[in-house]
Design a protein around this ligand. Structure first.
Ligand code: HEC
Ligand code: HEC
Length: 163
């Protein structure tokens, strides 16, 4: 009997020590990742105009990493509707039109299939140009980042204008 009491007391003492040893958890307000309260209505961002004007008037934008689809340095209004039968981009950038239009020809990789085999004409997989090539807007980045470009000499920028 005495033994049991002693044991119970020891257990209680151990439990009390354990409880006291726990740090008191401060009540913390959750910090919303988007910076505002859940109930706050999102403000729609202002619609910005694409940079660049009529093709032919601007320098190409320097590329910042290898295999980057170059960004479109001119406005795309009126020729960004790419359909099965129509592709305005190709009327200037196509293999048979680019010289006359003084536009850069579509990339060499656009004439290969996915196994790397050379094709007689541009690959259909490249038909939807704006899936990879995008025009630019002058807007601050949505989230900060410390990406450092790896600019390839001779690609993009003023000096490489090839036509
Ligand atoms: C009226 C002719 C014309 C049309 C149509 C046109 N472009 Fe261009 N594009 C040019 C010219 C000229 C340049 C050279 C830069 C400049 O002078 O604007 C160029 C530059 C580019 C470049 C930059 C290439 C590089 O190496 O940096 C890309 C990418 C491009 N265009 C994609 C497109 C896409 C995609 C479309 C269709 C949505 C399109 N272009 C429609 C004439 C055209
Ligand atoms: C699947 C992505 C993809 C699609 C779709 C695509 N491109 Fe490209 N494009 C690229 C990449 C990546 C490059 C970089 C050079 C290369 O790989 O040939 C490039 C390069 C270019 C260049 C610069 C060529 C040079 O000599 O460096 C032009 C101009 C261009 N593309 C126009 C177009 C047009 C016009 C279309 C639609 C008919 C198109 N691209 C479709 C990814 C794409």
């Amino acid at each position: 009997m005495k033994q049991t009491v002693k044991m119970t007391f020891a257990t209680l003492a151990a439990a009390a020590c354990w409880t006291l040893a726990q740090p008191v958890l401060a009540q913390q307000e959750p910090v919303p990742m988007r910076g505002s309260d859940v109930e706050t209505v999102d403000q729609a961002p202002t619609v910005k105009k694409y940079l660049g004007g009529k093709p032919g008037g601007q320098d190409m934008v320097a590329r910042t990493f290898r295999e980057q689809p170059p960004v479109i340095p001119h406005a795309v209004e009126n020729f960004d509707e790419i359909t099965l039968g129509e592709n305005q981009c190709l009327t200037c950038h196509g293999a048979d039109t680019y010289k006359q239009k003084k536009a850069p020809k579509i990339g060499d990789s656009h004439f290969r299939d996915r196994e790397g085999k050379l094709l007689p004409a541009a690959s259909a997989a490249r038909h939807n140009c704006t899936q990879c090539h995008v025009p630019q807007v002058d807007a601050p980045p949505l989230v900060g980042n410390d990406f450092k470009g790896d600019i390839i000499a001779g690609k993009g920028g003023k000096s490489s204008k090839k036509n």
